[in-house]
Write a protein that binds this ligand. Sequence first.
Ligand code: PHE
Length: 451
Amino acid sequence: MSAAAPRSTWSNRWAFILVTIGSAVGLGNIWRFPYMTGAQGGSAFVLVYLLCVALVGLPLLMAEILIGRRGGGNPVSAMLKVAEENGASPWWGLLGWIGVLGALLILSFYSVVGGWVVDYMYQAGSGVAVATPEAAKQGFDALLADPLRLVFWHTVFLALTVGVVARGVISGIERASLLMMPALFAILLFLVLWGGMVGDLRAAWHFMFDFKPEQLTGQVVLSAMGHAFFSLSLGMGAVMAYGSYLDKQSSIARNSFWIALADTLVGLLAGLAIFSLTFAHGLEAGSGPGLIFQTLPLVFTHMPGGRVVGTLFFLLVLFAAWTSAISLVEPFVAWVTERLGVHRAIAAWGTGFAVWLLGVAVCLSFNDWSGWKLFGLNLFDQLDYLTSRVIMPLSGLAIALFVGWIMRQKNVRDEISLPVAPFQLWWRVLRYLTILAIVLVFVYRLLNPDP
Ligand code: PHE
């Protein structure tokens, strides 16, 4: 597509909601949220996360979609255009760059985990039995120790992702989400019911919702906020890019509300289902990033119909991860096609190749290169830490400052088109509370530098 070609818009309002939920609901909800909750001991993390979604996540989601639609282009040009319209410095364009490049950094490790999912789906489908917790752990360790297997599945996952983006906004991204998201909801609902029937839902509930103030540490607060950013795809140009394909009539506020609600519910439901099964089998909730890969195959092995349910489960995770990964590639590909006039397919595959290379380094950071560490973290953990706890919150802070303090209120109102009272509520929350919350979390973390 050349710079002069008209831009696509989603087929209808529901398409935008589903596609953006597709971006938000991903490994963050089904893999990351349960393992982080487990590793941090449960409820305090969950409650801070919920608070962050309300005070920081939803207001910022609206702000980011707003910039995308107002700017009507990829994140870099959208930021530049809106900055210019409001008499602000072109340096704000950098914020678009941070998002676009940050998204590719995320994708480099996201795709490796996406690869684990495909590997486990394949194992579940071929009936690999995991008899004991030790065997489950060994199975996961064996995957991490095998660079070729990691690179193979990482390649498969990335190719699936790039293949969709190469096909275009409507016939690729929109069509894939419209097919996968309803299937994802159906499978998730089935699994929660299943978890409720055969698992220990009560224990899961207490673990996730009984507030234990002594768990509140700097680490928990920062990681919960980071997770709110990660889960809602904020600060990375993803929702900005999707917002740029949104027609002018759709209500940003209403759409954002549904997106944030759906994303949060999917995380909570996945957590309940996974912890119900984990506790019913007396397994460890705090085993870290391997949680769903170690506990669930064991659970599936020991239950009737486990082969089918297990395969379905990993298919669910695959759909979730796939639609999110698509939204991590799109912002940069949109920039390349619009700015450089490169054909979309070439832009997508070229971008994919660069991400693939970094992903290979991530695969090696678990085995051959595991000795290479910075602050005690391997490359995989470094990328996760840097993106979700540093880049995303800082870029979110900048977006809140931009929409809250730099843009002219008239332009913001024009785009948000809410009645006065709800508009003022959102506007004030964004200008004061969101900004204060992000700053406070950073200060709190600096004052509580626990590991
Ligand atoms: N929100 C996605 C998830 O939860 C990850 C993501 C982050 C996607 C940032 C796009 C941008 O898995």
